[in-house]
Design a binder for this molecule. Structure first.
Ligand code: GLY
Length: 591
């Protein structure tokens, strides 16, 4: 038996209520003051509860994907079986981001221990530092974004297989089957997919191979259309029999090389064969009594979370009134410094600094001390590093799973851009990523967003490009949560705010995910705020402190699960979604 929560709700105010017009709020406050009432904002009651059960939980960006994960749990699989099946279905029904032609990261907490898997793409062997520059040494955005020259070596085929191989309980073909059957028998095009196809029509039309599938007759399929992907189904069938070599070697590897050559790419079959996922040590830190583990380099995500939390704890952020300008100011100032440090980061093989240095007490003390509690520090005064990457993205997707034994998986995958580089490889049926754009095409010079990254993230053969993906788990006293988000550079701030809502303010899981969010990434020097995130008086106070504020439609899409001390589980999908959270009522009863 399952319970299902499809989320299309509008995020509410950070204060836990649907934002009313300012005038109405003023009247309410006035009446309360007159009546001598202390207004205490109902932090839980105003939000719906997360779905809750006893056998396992899945939250992902697509209903079919969440259902596949739940099916694995129902068959006796664990959180890893559920996560891999969910990710593979996302590669079929959410081709904008779910993938076998991209990469990602997974954080697993299994039997009380944490493991992190890096299956981030690498630069092909023929990549060069100047490959995305014009004759004058300026980055040419088109080259690192469109077509297979923009593609890093896909890591998902080996990554998902490796994850399952180490921890999965169910046979590999069982875990691949839901994706294979959906590709073979068909799935219904969602409204989001129809919208994204329409938005990407020009990109998809650049490649006849892609257009033949996704723009039949020149038009994307409408929402509600049943679509079959027989090439992808055949690939998944081979993958279920032979593992990653079915995608990265043999005829599929040759087809990928051919498509890459035809469109001017440097990706070769030898690159595909050489790719290896890497088990890494997690970034670990303590936050308000919780243990937190997240992804280390080549993702900046864990370091950004750890640095921000470290500064905030030093400044006793939790003592400030929630939703007030002083608390928001400190949050922003901590992010400003953490993102400035991001400039130093890149592939751990060549990066000059590491998590240990940036999370050392001495560095966190120094960074925290530099924060003025009353004034915004202009970003150009925060270290010598003038840049960090930007951009909201629907091309990354996050899923979280939990099983009846309390194990959790937090897994984020990406193609980088919507439908990656736009090329769907004929005969293979997968989109290639455009992850090369996550490198600093020209270190020290602005990229197409006007932003600058460091030498540690320059293009080099075999190197992994710096990411912001932040799959995270946290635990305390028998409780465990797993969470993460898509959203490019906004991933760490979205993930951190959901985590803070939960561990500092004791929000319910759904409220922690739902509450409106802020973002700051050092450069550009401004706060991005969701429409309901700041009360007018808070925004005014922040401006008086020297902050610039821009309203943006949404910041990230967090999908989270939680294991309670009595073994019940919860799942919460982000209302910014679509996201789908389900629990399955199997396994042992709550203690
Ligand atoms: N492609 C987005 C990221 O890895 O951060």
């Amino acid at each position: 038996m399952t319970r299902h929560a499809a989320t299309s709700r509008k995020p509410r105010s950070r204060a836990g209520r649907t934002i009313e017009p300012a005038r109405l709020r003023g009247i309410v406050l006035l009446l309360a003051a007159v009546a001598g009432i202390v207004l205490s904002v109902p932090s839980r009651a105003a939000y719906p509860p997360a779905v809750r059960g006893v056998g396992g939980a899945v939250a992902s960006a697509a209903q079919d994907a969440t259902t596949a994960g739940i099916e694995m749990l129902g068959r006796g699989g664990n959180a890893v079986d559920a996560a891999v099946a969910t990710a593979l279905v996302l590669a079929v029904v959410h081709p904008e981001a779910g993938n076998l032609g991209g990469g990602g990261f997974a954080v697993v907490r299994m039997d009380g221990r944490v493991y992190t898997l890096d299956f981030r793409e690498t630069a092909p062997a023929a990549a060069t530092s100047g490959m995305f520059l014009d004759r004058k040494g300026r980055p040419v955005a088109e080259r690192s974004l469109v077509g297979p020259l923009a593609a890093g070596v896909p890591g998902s085929p080996a990554g998902l297989w490796t994850l399952h191989h180490r921890f999965g309980k169910l046979p590999w073909p069982t875990v691949v089957a839901p994706a294979m059957w959906l590709a073979r028998d068909g799935f219904v095009v969602s409204e989001r997919l129809a919208r994204d196809l329409e938005a990407s029509r020009d990109l998809l039309a650049r490649f006849p191979e892609t257009a033949a599938v996704w723009l039949p007759g020149g038009t994307p399929p409408a929402a509600g259309t049943l679509i079959r992907l027989p090439e992808l189904a055949a690939l998944l069938e081979a993958y279920s029999k032979d593992g990653p070599n079915a995608i990265t070697g043999g005829p599929a590897g040759a087809a990928i090389e051919l498509a890459s050559r035809r469109h001017g790419g440097v990706l070769r079959a030898a690159d595909l064969a050489a790719f290896r996922p890497v088990w890494r040590n997690p970034v670990r830190f303590a936050a308000w009594g919780w243990e937190v583990a997240s992804m280390d380099l080549p993702s900046s995500g864990g370091i950004l979370l750890g640095e921000s939390a470290g500064m905030l704890q030093r400044l006793h952020w939790e003592r400030l009134p929630r939703f007030g300008a002083r608390a928001d100011h400190l949050l922003v100032e901590a992010w400003r410094r953490a993102y400035a440090d991001r400039f130093l980061l890149g592939d751990p093989l060549t990066c000059p600094v590491n998590a240990g240095q940036l999370l050392s007490p001495a560095w966190l003390d120094r960074r925290a001390r530099s924060i003025d509690p009353a004034r915004a520090t202009p970003s150009e005064q925060v270290g010598p590093w003038p840049g960090a990457p930007s951009g909201e993205s629907r091309q990354t997707t996050h899923l979280s799973t939990a099983d009846a034994q309390g194990n959790v998986v937090s897994l984020t995958t990406t193609l980088n851009g919507l439908f990656g580089c736009g090329l769907m490889v004929p005969g293979v049926g997968i989109f290639l990523n455009n992850e090369m754009d996550d490198f600093a095409a020209a270190p020290g010079q602005p990229n197409q967003f006007g932003l600058i990254q460091g030498k540690a993230n320059a293009v080099a053969p075999g190197r992994r490009m710096l990411s912001s993906m932040s799959p995270t788990v946290a635990w305390k006293n028998g409780q465990v949560i797993a969470l993460g988000s898509p959203g490019g550079s906004r991933i760490p701030t979205a993930t951190l705010q959901a985590l803070l809502n939960f561990i500092v303010y004791d929000d319910g899981l759904q409220a922690a995910v739902d509450r409106p969010r802020l973002h700051h990434q050092w450069q550009p020097d401004r706060i991005d705020a969701e429409p309901d995130a700041l009360a007018p008086e808070t925004a005014d106070a922040l401006r008086r402190m020297g902050h610039r504020i821009r309203i943006v439609p949404r910041l990230g899409r967090v999908n989270a699960v939680r294991v309670l001390p009595d073994s019940r589980v919860e799942a919460a999908a982000d209302p910014r979604g679509p996201g789908f959270a389900r629990v399955v009522a199997i396994g042992r009863s709550p203690r």
